[in-house]
Unconditional design. Structure first.
Length: 232
């Protein structure tokens, strides 16, 4: 969509499009829902990180045949994964698989207040987090330079926007948001919170929301489908 903010990317990968279609179906089993969220995250993460990370030449190594070669490693970059509880947990393993080295995983717990749909934070394990502390970068160097938010759905955009703002205040210098599916109004709202420091990557985009703040046509509540809590 040409009217989306310039810091929003929608994947055009054909395999990803098919997997998203499979994930939308109510007949997809819980086991397949988990697998599809993982596979979509893997494809989307590869696309996003290919444009974000770079490599440098490391020490000389030796192949099994005895030939020397210059090793490659990621350019210096402190990275952390920030899954939004609960459903973001379904994306963590995929991004860990892509990255060549282990990185910290910091969890954020946010839910939408049922009436106002406003985000409410109930859990935060960012190191040295001080809620409402103000300016970015004032946390004594504890923040990762690059924070990757993992949240399968961007609906109203309130939760995503709150997570971006929290990471900005924590001191992250860049934020990448990886989401399976978003609604155009919510994605636009989230992308505007810190446009110069944030990129949002999506596997797909829906045009609108229901009056209950659910994506239309959407794919249901991903957390419920992942953790078998439908009907709670």
């Amino acid at each position: 969509m040409s009217d989306l903010p310039s810091n929003v990317r929608i994947s055009q990968h054909p395999c990803l499009k098919v997997k998203l279609s499979q994930l939308r179906s109510k007949s997809t089993s819980p086991r397949d829902v988990k697998a599809l969220v993982h596979e979509i995250s893997l494809i989307l993460g590869c696309e996003a990180l290919a444009t974000t990370l770079s490599t440098i030449t490391g020490p000389t190594d030796v192949t099994p045949l005895g030939f020397e070669f210059p090793s490659q490693k990621l350019a210096p970059e402190t990275i952390s994964l920030v899954p939004i509880l609960r459903s973001g947990l379904g994306m963590v393993e995929a991004i860990q698989t892509i990255l060549p080295d282990s990185v910290p995983v910091h969890h954020l717990g946010l839910f939408r207040e049922p009436v106002t749909l406003a985000p409410v934070e109930y859990y935060n394990n960012l190191p040295n987090h001080a809620a409402g502390s103000g300016a970015a970068g004032d946390h004594s160097g504890q923040a990762s330079r690059l924070a990757i938010i993992l949240d399968p759905i961007i609906a109203t955009g309130g939760t995503c926007a709150a997570a971006i703002q929290t990471l900005r205040e924590w001191g992250a210098q860049r934020v990448i948001v990886l989401s399976v599916l978003g609604a155009a109004p919510g994605v636009t709202a989230a992308a505007s919170v810190w446009a110069e420091g944030t990129e949002i990557w999506l596997a797909g985009l829906d045009p609108e929301l229901t009056d209950r703040g659910m994506l239309k046509p959407g794919l249901g509540d991903v957390g419920d489908r992942l953790f078998l809590t439908i009907g709670k």
